[in-house]
Design a protein around this ligand. Structure first.
Ligand code: GH3
Ligand code: MG
Ligand code: MG
Ligand code: MG
Length: 297
């Protein structure tokens, strides 16, 4: 297991050294000596926890915390203030800004270690929960919730350069008959095998393959136009066919096949993210109507 990363922010090197000595045997400790450097390092490293000094020149810890809590990329990283300011009002202020804890200097090593351990456990549970909420249990693929969230984010990102975005929708052919013939557990195994095929083919880090619903899948393919997305879709279709999962009651082939619809457009702030799903669905319907086991773009 990789060790959790803690960012220590303090304008005094001696403080960083003290905290580092307390935590370095258990954690990956990195540091920043100003608020601006802290924000930059957080974006780069996405640490699991931040220990934040309050009194610093230029940008103080309260301001850094405010910015962290207003930044969607940083908001989930827990902040613990470590400060010489021992007053109740300061502590109240720190906690009201969204910090999860407040530790006063001089630091008691055992106390700091214990608090950090507790917060790390909570963070890990929170991460697991967040991951479960967007993961499909049968296939391990991302679920529809994640797909829709990612589609919105990608549309906004790609709209800045009016870049291409393609969405693939995929539905298993004659799957009701498959379940009727081979049973529901075999149907589940079939869904899992198709999901594995999808993961194999759709593998760029920027791609999002997902289970959209029961026996329907979708993929978000940033920066791909219609011709390139069609190649991906054909490869998925071909590889599913090549699994040679028997399906004697399929009216297309004696194997399990899939029909695919592809929607491609250059992103623009005036185009609703849902439009890609609607159009990919229409193309999917055309593939079904034309005989199944095919791709429409
Ligand atoms: P078509 O070729 O037109 O798609 O025909 P179809 O029979 O596949 O029709 P449809 O897509 O409407 O079928 C959905 C079927 O998929 C119905 C349902 O029993 C089955 N199904 C949906 N989710 C699951 C699942 O999680 N496991 C299993 N085994 N079957 C599922
Ligand atoms: Mg200071
Ligand atoms: Mg369906
Ligand atoms: Mg189907």
């Amino acid at each position: 297991m990789t060790r959790a990363t803690i960012l220590v922010v303090d304008d005094e090197i001696s403080n960083i050294e003290i905290i580092n000595a307390i935590l370095e045997d258990q954690y990956e400790v990195c540091f920043a000596i100003s608020g601006a450097q802290a924000l930059e390092t957080m974006r780069e490293l996405q640490p699991d926890l931040v220990l934040l000094d309050v009194l610093m020149p230029e940008m103080d810890g309260f301001e850094v915390c405010k910015r962290i809590k207003n930044d969607p990329d940083l908001v989930d990283i827990p902040v613990i203030f470590t400060t010489g300011l021992g007053d109740t009002a300061d502590e109240m202020r720190g906690l009201s800004l969204g910090a999860i804890d407040y530790v006063t200097k001089p630091i008691q090593p055992a106390i700091l270690r214990a608090r950090v351990t507790n917060h790390m456990e909570l963070k890990s549970l929170r991460d697991q929960l967040a991951n479960l909420a967007v993961t499909d249990a049968l296939t391990g693929l991302k679920n529809r919730r994640y797909l829709e969230r990612t589609l919105r984010a990608e549309c906004a990102r790609l709209a800045r350069d009016e870049a291409w975005l393609s969405v693939i929708m995929l539905d298993i052919d004659f799957f009701k008959q498959f379940n009727d013939t081979y049973g529901h557990p075999a149907g589940d195994r079939c869904i899992a095998m198709i999901a594995a095929t999808l993961k194999r083919v759709v593998k760029r880090a920027s791609d999002t393959p997902a289970r959209y619903g029961g026996e329907e899948f979708a993929c978000i393919l940033p920066d791909l136009g219609p011709a390139e997305a069609e190649i991906v879709a054909q490869e998925i279709r071909r590889q599913v066919h090549a699994l040679n999962i028997p399906h004697i009651r399929s009216q297309a082939e004696p194997y399990v096949t899939v029909s695919i619809g592809v929607a491609s457009a250059r992103c623009h702030s005036s185009i609703e993210p849902g439009t890609w799903i609607t159009f990919a669905d229409q193309e999917l319907y055309r593939s079904k109507a034309a005989g199944r086991d095919r791709v429409s773009v």
